[in-house]
Design a protein around this ligand. Structure first.
Ligand SMILES: [Zn+2]
Length: 395
């Protein structure tokens, strides 16, 4: 049993413990949750960029684990019964974090060694892992070289060794960062690669990290953020992608080696159909506008269509103006949009009318003096604005 106020940390002494019995040393109720302490625990508390372990204490679900001084505090919704309790941690979650954490050490070491890119921060979760580097960019070639070198080191099975030193001895190791206020330093050595002062959980050999894949980079605060996955998570991701690919192939009734050709073919057919449709719509718009103009009493054409796209309205309004109408106000319920256009004879500014008046009908938009467009939240507002504009222009 550990000293009072101190939890024996099994995740340090034996990282392969996933199930154990412990004595409850404390249980306090805070804000509707129980904060439970144990004499010994394998629950890794959140820290050093590594998320905490989850699992159960006497069958009660542990929702968070944190460090408080030398104690590990387990947060549970229900108080575990008894003083002697059986504990279990989610083995897969731990393994994913351990692989990502160890992979992150190796990736950071390789980025530094190959391109002088120092790791500024790390981000680990169940689904993703990333490091932020103090360089503005990395080329595709550099990324490929980094990935290749990391995987070479993984395959070569370098031993990962943990040992403790006194702070005074830190100078003997090429440590990047030495944690403040700690006398006894926990050193993680990746054989022939680097030394690190770290309190996280690690695999015993680089080969246990499993293959590592760089997913993408993004620019954050002028730095490169490198996203990667490895080990179990990489395998899970591969399974998800295979399943997604199988669904896509089934929907397209094709095979993997012909899927790109099939997509190109569908795109080409779609484009041809669109061109054909546009030509037909143009012919239809000719007839429609002839009939439309015959029904109009004044120089302004106004109508709300139930099913046209705004692109189609644009074709119709263009033809109306070509055929002698001075202005056109066309709306569509399908997209809750209105197009206002004029042939240039009228002393109005379509863009200004929309900008000034549409907001009073919860609409927004704008355009030029001869053509403008507005979007409304629903057909009711669209109708109200339509009545307003046609009234405003006079008919
Ligand atoms: Zn570490």
């Amino acid at each position: 049993m550990g000293a009072k106020g101190m939890t024996e940390k099994l995740f340090y002494t034996d990282p392969k413990v996933f199930e154990w019995d412990a004595e409850v040393t404390g249980a306090a109720f805070h804000d509707g949750l129980w904060h439970v302490t144990l004499d010994k625990t394998a629950f890794y508390p959140e820290g050093g960029g590594q998320p905490c372990d989850l699992g159960t204490i006497a069958g009660k679900e542990v929702i968070h684990v944190m460090k408080k001084g030398e104690e590990v505090v387990h947060i549970v919704k229900e108080k575990p019964e008894g003083t002697r309790v059986h504990c279990q941690i989610d083995k897969i979650r731990r393994l994913v974090h351990t692989q990502h954490h160890s992979g992150q050490h190796l990736l950071a070491a390789v980025c530094l060694k190959m391109y002088g890119a120092k790791t500024l921060s790390i981000h680990l979760s169940m689904n993703s892992a990333a490091i932020e580097l103090d360089v503005p960019a990395l080329s595709d070639e550099q990324l490929e070289n980094i990935e290749k070198e990391v995987n070479r080191l993984i395959l070569s099975g370098r031993r990962i060794r943990i040992f403790y030193i006194n702070r005074a001895e830190a100078g003997r190791y090429d440590l990047d960062e030495i944690p403040e206020g700690i006398e006894r330093l926990r050193i993680v050595e990746i054989e022939g690669v680097e030394y690190n002062a770290c309190g996280g959980t690690h695999v015993g050999s680089t080969s246990e990290i499993g293959p590592l894949k760089i997913l993408k980079t993004e620019r954050v605060r002028g730095h490169v953020r490198l996203h990667f996955i490895c080990g179990i998570r990489l395998f899970e991701d591969y399974k998800e992608k295979l399943s997604l690919l199988a669904d896509i192939l089934e929907k397209l009734s094709t095979a993997q080696d012909t899927v790109l050709q099939k997509i190109e073919k569908i795109k080409k057919e779609l484009k041809e159909k669109e061109q054909k449709y546009n030509a037909l719509f143009d012919e239809y718009a000719e007839l429609l506008t002839d009939r439309f103009i015959a029904e109009q009493k004044g120089p302004t054409a106004g109508k709300i269509f139930p099913d046209k796209t705004v692109k189609e309205l644009s074709v119709i309004s263009h033809k109306l103006l070509q055929k002698g109408m001075k202005a056109a106000v066309l709306g569509t319920i399908l997209e809750n949009k209105i197009i206002l256009s004029q042939n240039g004879d009228l002393a109005i500014d379509c863009g200004k009318i929309i900008k000034q008046h549409a907001p009073a009908f919860s609409g927004k938009g704008g355009g030029t003096p001869v053509k403008a467009q507005a979007q409304f939240p629903d057909s009711e507002k669209l109708n109200e604005f339509f009545r307003f504009v046609t009234g405003h222009l006079g008919n």
